[in-house]
Structures are given as structure tokens and as C-alpha cells.
Design a protein around this ligand. Structure first.
Ligand SMILES: Nc1ncnc2c1ncn2[C@@H]1O[C@H](COP(=O)(O)OP(=O)(O)OP(=O)(O)O)[C@@H](O)[C@H]1O
Ligand SMILES: [Mg+2]
Length: 478
């Protein structure tokens, strides 16, 4: 298992905190020790100098060596002073022999072999650190006692470093306590920090799991540091995108399945009619006139099936087309005239007069497809208009668009049907009657062709009655 953010942070912070605290403590204790030892040496030095001065001026008084009386008096002086001095004081003669000692009973000892004493006897300042007989570390300072420039003895001061060491041990303990407290505090802060850092990540991971399990609506709460915030926002953006794509796919799926059921529904009606007619004829015993009617039905329904197949194929070709349309310059007026001519047998049969008026600028496109658009619009318009009516195809220009409008005198379009007119298989209530309507693919084909030409088509009810279908196509520049 990989270490968590929490564990890593903790380890890093503890190492840094303890190293820093311990290092600093060690450094300061060392400094303190040096300082205290320097102070002790200064004190011993002062005391030794004073002792040397007193011994020289008061007792020696110009003599070459200390008399026995001097030694006794010195012994008393030293013994009196030491309880306040916290040091051991000695006076040595020119041979390094103690003639007075603040620790009573030790007079007569020889110190001439000690380095600091030898230095003092040579007229210099001497100092040394060494172990006492009791096993303690002590500092020794030796100063020459001079008389007329000659060394007559040594003032010798010493003190154990015991009190300093005790003090330092005490400090060391306190420092360790501080380091421990510091570590505990670091632990606490790290815990807080790691929670603050890892909580948004945990949230995000929970959200991501829910998302992966299929709930595409879950979103992360952006929180924590700017990085985790950015991560959550990126995740949410991805979520939005995935949700959108999934919604689109579902919508596409729904459209497809509706299309399939629409197609089979459209197929069923003519097929049932054909089968019914054929069965009746097979039975024989059908009067001549009826038989003819059944055959006509069969032919009509077969035509309907053929048209349905053709329309679906057309739609499929236009919408599935990846390449470009076969482009040519189109004179919309000429195309309208041809469409009117081609539909003349149908519109004449319906008793509807169809006329084209005006001119439109040249557009670029597939002339056969555009003619199909016009024909589909005229087919609908004439069917809705009814016998004796008039369908007008008006051509004009509107800015950089060529405009073709088909106006009829029919019942108009129910408002609730307006948004759906161009959908596949959509038929408004009014033409549910199968004898008048087709499959409801005409306007879907119109829409697909117009879209492929970067144009637009709009349906509206005219204030004076009837409907208007307005087609706009971009004019080509010269
Ligand atoms: N000029 C119009 N006036 C009133 N309603 C119309 C007009 N043109 C189309 N519609 C309505 O829009 C529906 C869809 O038209 P569309 O041309 O797509 O299908 P259709 O004419 O019924 O069948 P198809 O064109 O496939 O033979 C029609 O069924 C009709 O209800
Ligand atoms: Mg139609």
C-alpha cells in the first residue's frame, strides 16, 4: 500500500521539526556552556590577581620570599574570604609549594609540576581544565606574585565546573521538553493540514466513483487548495461534457428507434391494404367493377410504398452525404417554373391554379434538389388549398439572400403544429386523412436539402388566411 499524503506530510514535518529544534538546542547549549566557562575563568582570574596583589603588597612587601608568619596570616585571610568566593584559593611559594590553602590542612602540597603553575612561575598567566581527585572537572587559574619584577610565588585559584554542568543538565532537560512539545504541536498541525489537503481529494474520489458507477449528475465540491479546486473544476467540466454527450447519444438513440417504428408503421398500412385486396381477389367470385377497384387500390398502395422508399432514400442520401453537393448556378425562377410544369397534371386534377411571380438572384446549389424543394412545397400548398384556389410562388431578394415564398389559400397551420412541421413523419391533425396526405416526409426532405445549402425555411400563417412557406438561400458573390 502506498503511503497516504497524511503519512508523508507527517514524516516530513516531524523530521524537519525535530532536526531544527534539536539542532538549535544543541547549538545554544554549547554556546551557553562556553559562555559560563569563560565567565568562571574570568572570576578565577580576578580572584587570583587580587590574591597575588594582596600577597605581594601586604605580606611580601619587597622581601625575596614569604616568611612563616606571612604564610600563617595569608592562610587566615584566605580562610576568611573563601566562603564568599565559591572557589579554592591557594598561595604557592617560588617552588610551587602551597603555603596557604582555603581548603584547610592541605598546605605543604607541591604543585610545581602542573602546567598552569609552571607558566605562572615563568611570569605568565596560566590556566587549565582537569579532573579533581574527586573525579569532577575543575578549572585552574594561576597568576604570578611579583615583587620588584621577580616572581616570588603564585596565586592559584580553582573551581569545579559542577554548578555549570548542573545548570546545563537542567537546561538540556527543559530543551528536550520543548522539543517534545514542538513535535506534538507539529503532529497536531500536520494532522489539520493533511486533512485540509486530503479531504477534497477524498471527496473527489467518492464523486468519481459515483460518476463511474453511472450517476453522471454528481459533481465535486471545489474546496481546499487552489490545486484541488482546479482538479474539482476540471472534473466537473469533464462531467458536464460526458453528461452532454450521453444525453445526446440517448436522444439520438431515441430518434432512431422512433424512426424505425414510424417506418414500420408507415409500411404496415399499405401492406395491409395490398394483402386485403389480393386475398379478396384470390377468393374469386368478385364482380368485375369491384375487382377493378381492388386492383387500383393495390397499385395505389404499391405506389405509396415506392414513394416512401424513395423519400427515405433521398433523406438518407442528403443527411448522410459527406461530400459536397453537385454545385451549379441556379435561377430560382426557372426552377420554380419547371416545378410548376412538372406538377401541372396533379395540380390541374386538384383544380388549383399555380403561378410564379418575380425574380430572385442566382444561387449556388444542386438544381434537382432545389427543384424538389419547390415541388414539395407546391404539392402541400395545392393539396391544402383545394379546388378553385390559387397557389402563388413569389420570388424576390432580401439583402444577400434569394427568397422564394409559396403562399396558399388553405386552412393554415395549427399553432401547435408549427414547431414540428419539418420533423420526419409529422402530419398535422388536419391531414390525418390518408386520402389527402403522404407519409409526412416531404417537409423533412425540404429541411434537409435547405440546410445542406446553408439556407433556411420558415412556415407561417398569413394574416389574410392560408399559410406561407418562405425559403432563403445565400446569393453567390460575383
Ligand atoms: N401549406 C400547408 N398548409 C397547412 N398545413 C401544411 C402545409 N404544408 C404542410 N402542412 C402540414 O405539415 C405536414 C407535414 O408536411 P409534409 O410535406 O412533411 O408531409 P405530407 O405532405 O403530409 O406527406 P408527404 O409530403 O410525405 O407526402 C402535413 O401533413 C400538413 O399537416
Ligand atoms: Mg408533403
Amino acid at each position: 500500500m502506498r503511503a497516504s499524503i497524511r503519512a508523508r506530510l507527517l514524516a516530513a514535518f516531524l523530521i524537519v521539526a525535530i532536526t531544527a529544534a534539536a539542532g538549535l538546542s544543541f547549538y545554544f547549549l554549547k554556546e551557553l556552556e562556553g559562555f559560563a566557562l569563560r565567565k568562571l575563568e574570568e572570576r578565577l582570574h580576578t580572584q587570583a590577581r587580587m590574591l597575588a596583589s594582596v600577597a605581594s603588597t601586604t605580606y611580601l612587601n619587597g622581601a625575596a620570599e614569604f616568611s612563616a608568619t606571612d604564610a600563617r596570616k595569608l592562610q587566615v585571610t584566605i580562610a576568611d574570604a573563601t566562603p564568599y568566593a565559591a572557589s579554592r584559593l591557594r598561595v604557592l611559594d617560588a617552588d610551587g609549594v602551597a603555603i596557604a590553602d582555603s581548603t584547610p590542612g592541605d598546605a605543604g602540597d607541591l604543585y610545581g609540576d602542573r602546567s598552569e603553575v609552571r607558566r605562572a612561575l615563568a611570569g605568565e598567566y596560566g590556566a587549565a581544565t582537569r579532573m579533581t581527585e574527586e573525579g569532577r572537572v575543575a578549572l585552574y587559574v594561576a597568576v604570578p606574585i611579583l615583587s620588584n619584577g621577580d616572581v616570588r610565588g603564585v596565586a592559584y585559584a580553582s573551581s569545579t565546573t559542577f554548578s555549570i554542568m548542573t545548570l546545563l543538565r537542567d537546561y538540556r532537560l527543559r530543551m528536550a521538553l520543548v522539543v517534545a512539545l514542538f513535535a506534538a504541536f507539529t503532529l497536531f498541525m500536520t494532522e489539520l493540514l493533511s486533512r485540509w489537503l486530503s479531504r477534497p481529494l477524498q471527496d473527489l474520489s467518492v464523486t468519481a466513483k459515483a460518476f463511474a458507477a453511472g450517476d453522471h449528475s454528481v459533481r465535486a465540491h471545489p474546496g481546499g487548495s487552489s490545486e484541488t479546486r482546479a482538479l474539482a473544476e476540471a472534473f466537473n467540466a469533464m462531467g458536464d461534457e460526458v453528461q452532454r454527450v450521453v444525453t445526446e447519444l440517448k436522444e439520438e438513440e431515441r430518434r432512431k428507434s422512433r424512426f424505425v417504428s414510424d417506418v414500420s408503421h408507415e409500411l404496415r398500412t399499405p401492406l395491409t391494404a395490398i394483402r386485403g385486396g389480393a386475398e379478396t381477389l384470390l377468393d374469386g367470385d368478385v364482380p368485375e367493377a369491384d375487382a377493378r377497384q381492388f386492383l387500383e387500390t393495390i397499385i395505389r398502395e404499391s405506389d405509396r410504398l415506392t414513394r416512401l422508399a424513395n423519400d427515405l432514400l433521398t433523406l438518407q442520401r442528403i443527411e448522410g452525404a459527406t461530400g459536397e453537393l453537385p454545385l451549379g448556378r441556379i435561377d430560382l425562377r426557372a426552377a420554380a417554373d419547371r416545378a410548376i410544369g412538372a406538377l401541372a397534371p396533379l395540380t390541374d386534377a386538384r383544380g388549383v391554379q399555380v403561378t410564379a411571380e418575380g425574380e430572385a438572384p442566382t444561387v449556388l446549389g444542386d438544381v434537382d434538389r432545389i427543384q424538389q424543394v419547390i415541388a414539395n412545397l407546391i404539392d402541400n400548398a395545392s393539396r391544402m388549398t383545394g379546388a378553385g384556389g390559387h397557389v402563388r410562388v413569389l420570388l424576390s431578394r432580401d439583402g444577400d439572400h434569394a427568397v422564394l415564398a409559396v403562399l396558399d389559400e388553405g386552412p393554415g397551420i395549427p399553432p401547435e403544429a408549427l414547431p414540428h412541421l419539418f420533423e420526419r413523419f409529422y402530419r398535422a391533425q388536419i391531414s390525418r386523412d390518408r386520402s389527402t396526405g403522404g407519409a409526412g416526409l416531404g417537409l423533412a426532405i425540404v429541411k434537409a436539402i435547405v440546410t445542406a445549402h446553408a439556407g433556411s425555411i420558415e412556415a407561417a400563417n398569413r394574416p389574410e388566411g392560408g399559410s406561407a412557406f418562405t425559403l432563403r438561400l445565400p446569393v453567390i458573390g460575383d
